[in-house]
Write a new protein. Structure first.
Length: 395
């Protein structure tokens, strides 16, 4: 594990740096000396300008015990090009899958922001683990000259939580969020009673199930999961309110059930008026999250189900659904030949052939002579789904 630390040009004064409580402290003018004692790194990376090196390095180095210390000269950061250069130098000091601690205590002006951006970047590019981001709060020292060490890592987690929530809201994928929630559960139970956050693990499992149900187009499962979510989120928010470092997570999690409110159903409601509305909203959700194969597939099956209900066919039985499909093909053929078909069946018949052709084009993976290009197929899917939704929800 390595510590990445900045050294500036300030006139640093000795202070008693401590973590959590004052029983364990290190007196030093350079926070990296305290960080070394607290975290026991294998390597220290010192990022400093030429001016900072001339002012501090001869005094600092004898105070450091770690055998591997690298001094990396960085520009002053007076131009945007120099800022990008600092960013690149930070990124170059970290290897794939390494664990690092970032010390921003003596960082100058924009440097802490650059290192936060680098941390996010490196987690993706090099799969690093950021164990902590720490700040020795000299300005928060008390009358006895004791200064606390602030753990800023939760602010990095907020970025990760936000990105994971966005992945679901924009693309319907909860895998990243589910993994984060499992990790948060494991982290929190180290400091809290395990049963206190059992609902966090439960929520992670539920949203993982939700992704599976959405991916495999299981509207009844989706609707039942959507109904459970608000209660679990409300429970978590109450618990999170007492822990500042995870309180924002409760705010983000609340966005998920909000986006699924219209999909929530009780058991056996799928083929009621409310249930068909929920199916139409699920099709809309698929369109919004760019899940086009799921959208057109669900539209096709919803129309078959709707005709089953109209004709009193058994909607769950294979034979009943085949009867509905045969009727739809016959009605669709009549429509194409110019025969007038009134009512909802006529509207279903008018769109049926187009839906089947579009669905087949999607599901046959373009392996037909008449296959459409992706962009054209997306436009057809969106247009047909919007028309289908109007028909399903019409009185």
């Amino acid at each position: 594990m390595k510590i990445v630390s900045f050294i500036g040009t300030g006139n640093y004064q000795p202070v008693y740096y401590y973590q959590n409580d004052k029983s364990r402290y290190i007196k030093t003018e350079y926070f990296i000396v305290a960080a070394e004692e607290f975290f026991k790194p294998d390597e220290i990376i010192l990022l400093l300008t030429q001016e900072a090196m001339e002012k501090h390095i001869d005094i600092l180095l004898p105070k450091i015990k770690t055998s591997c210390v690298k001094q990396i000269l960085i520009p002053a950061g007076k131009t945007e090009d120099e800022l990008w250069s600092i960013f690149s130098l930070i990124a170059e000091q970290v290897n794939d899958k390494e664990s690092i601690i970032i010390d921003v205590t003596h960082g100058f002006r924009t440097q802490p922001m650059l290192v936060l951006a680098a941390a996010v970047f490196l987690k993706v590019i090099k799969n690093i683990s950021v164990e902590k981001i720490v700040y020795g709060a000299f300005e928060a020292r008390d009358n006895e000259n004791y200064a606390p060490v602030f753990d800023l890592t939760p602010f990095l987690r907020i970025i990760e939580w936000s990105s994971a929530t966005e992945q679901f809201l924009n693309y319907g994928n909860t895998l990243q969020l589910s993994n984060i929630l499992y990790s948060e559960h494991e982290r929190l139970i180290k400091y809290e009673k395990p049963e206190k956050f059992s609902s966090l693990k439960k929520f992670a499992k539920i949203i993982s199930d939700l992704t599976n149900s959405l991916s495999l187009i299981r509207p009844e499962e989706v609707s039942l999961i959507s109904k459970k979510m608000p209660l679990i989120v409300d429970d978590l928010k109450v618990k999170f309110n007492n822990i500042a470092a995870v309180k924002p997570l409760g705010m983000l999690l609340n966005k998920i059930p909000e986006s699924l409110n219209s999909l929530s159903l009780s058991k056996n409601e799928l083929f009621t008026k409310k249930g068909f509305f929920a199916q139409s909203q699920m099709i809309s959700f698929y369109l919004e999250t760019r899940q086009y194969p799921q959208a057109i597939t669900l539209l096709r099956e919803s129309i078959v189900s709707l005709l089953c209900i109209i004709e009193s066919f058994d909607v769950w039985d294979k034979a009943g659904r085949e009867k509905a499909e045969t009727m739809l093909f016959d009605l669709s053929s009549n429509c194409r030949s110019g025969k007038q078909i009134d009512g909802k069946k006529g509207k279903l018949a008018a769109i049926w052939s187009e839906i089947c052709n579009c669905r087949n084009d999607v599901n046959h993976a373009g392996m037909r002579k008449s296959a459409s290009g992706a962009e054209s197929l997306i436009k057809r899917t969106e247009k047909l789904c919007k028309r289908g939704i109007e028909i399903i929800n019409a009185g």
